[in-house]
Design a protein. Structure first.
Length: 134
């Protein structure tokens, strides 16, 4: 008798070809010039967290959100407390002269003293303007 026909194996889906035309756009981050001002204003509400944040860096991303790059998890834990976070947002709102809400702030874990590895950090406003005009 003929051997039972082997069940056809489902063919693995072909791997998507890498898209060469659109290189992954590098994130561009700008240092927050008013960072010291924000922390000074925040210090009266939360002196300990303000002190922790002084050792960290913060940037604006392309959409104007605040990216806090923290190297100590304690910084994020403390700042994430709802009342402390709200107070931080209001200190930022005052210093930046625009409303800053909780969803305008992003936390990123980095190695101490380092910037996010996937981002281009612009040194100053001139470089930022040059980047925008490209």
């Amino acid at each position: 008798s003929p051997a039972p026909a082997a069940k056809p194996q489902p063919r693995p889906a072909p791997a998507p070809a890498p898209v060469a035309s659109a290189p992954k756009k590098e994130r561009v981050l700008r240092p927050i010039k008013q960072w010291a001002e924000i922390l000074e204003s925040y210090e009266s509400t939360a002196p300990m967290i303000s002190a922790l944040l002084k050792t960290e860096n913060a940037y604006f991303d392309e959409s104007g959100r605040i990216v806090i790059c923290y190297s100590q998890s304690l910084t994020k834990t403390m700042l994430s407390l709802p009342d402390k976070f709200r107070a931080f947002c209001s200190a930022a709102s005052v210093a930046l002269e625009r409303p800053v809400s909780e969803k305008d702030v992003i936390f990123e874990l980095v190695k101490k003293g380092e910037a996010p590895t996937d981002a281009k950090i612009l040194a100053d406003e001139l470089e930022a303007l040059a980047e925008e005009n490209n």
